[in-house]
Ligand binder design. Structure first.
Ligand code: FES
Length: 153
């Protein structure tokens, strides 16, 4: 991916150009691109004079950051205890089969990213699937297919 360096500079310039601003700068870049492109991190490394290894350390430590592009649709399957005992594993496996990817991956067409989370605070409705921030409760392997408007071929 080619990143627009002037856009990156305007993001960086909103913050103090110092090491302590790294996390808020990364948050803004993630908001802009939906992930942290390597080229953007290299630019941040040069501007803030922080080694890439340190930036990667921060980017991989926080689950909110992603080094891989995300799909247009983001599906999160809750694998917390309450959802797990009600069959979340079967729901996840069916989604993986339907999308042809494993949890943590994005479909080749960039439509879907499938991820797991631990408890989204709606345990009584488990198993819960969050599709683009909308919660769907009492999901079953069959019901979950209706969440997929376009399935990869
Ligand atoms: S365990 Fe799934 S919502 Fe709490």
């Amino acid at each position: 991916m080619t990143v627009d360096e002037s856009k990156l500079d305007s993001i960086i310039d909103k913050h103090d150009v110092e090491e302590g601003s790294l996390i808020p700068i990364l948050q803004d870049i993630q908001t802009e691109y939906s992930y942290l492109p390597k080229e953007a991190l290299e630019h941040v490394s040069q501007r803030l004079n922080i080694p890439m290894v340190q930036i990667f350390g921060v980017a991989t430590f926080f689950k909110a950051f992603s080094l891989k592009p995300k799909g247009k649709n983001q599906i999160h399957v809750c694998m917390g205890t309450a959802c797990h005992v009600r069959g979340a594993k079967n729901v996840l496996e069916n989604l993986e089969r339907e999308l042809g990817i494993k949890a943590g991956d994005t479909t080749d067409d960039g439509e879907y990213t499938l991820e797991t989370v631990n408890c989204v605070g709606a345990c009584a409705l488990g198993p819960v699937v969050v599709n683009n921030e909308k919660h769907h409760g009492q999901m079953t392997p069959i019901k979950v297919e209706s969440l997929l408007s376009t399935k990869p071929v």
